[in-house]
Design a protein around this ligand. Structure first.
Ligand SMILES: [Zn+2]
Length: 87
């Protein structure tokens, strides 16, 4: 029996994908989220706002001397969804 693929979920507090090791949300995670929230793009934005809040706190705590760029964090965790759902 083949093993089921590992879900592309975040490894906290690093915020790397547990499956592919890239910064989360990785492309596969983004596809999954868009599918899960296909009928509720506002809900996806609300969810991602919460993720952005938690990730910002974790990443600032992990890297107090090299704090992540706020605009970069916004694009990584939330901006991509706005671009995907805007016609
Ligand atoms: Zn991944």
């Amino acid at each position: 029996m083949p093993r089921s693929p590992r879900p592309h979920l975040p490894l906290r507090p690093l915020w790397l994908c547990r499956s592919c090791g890239t910064p989360w949300p990785c492309p596969d995670a983004r596809l999954t989220l868009v599918g899960e929230y296909a009928a509720d793009p506002v809900g996806l934005s609300v969810y991602l706002c919460g993720v952005l809040y938690e990730a910002t706190a974790d990443l600032h705590r992990l890297h107090p001397d090299q704090r992540p760029d706020p605009a970069g964090l916004f694009d990584r965790f939330l901006g991509w969804a706005r671009r995907r759902t805007t016609p």
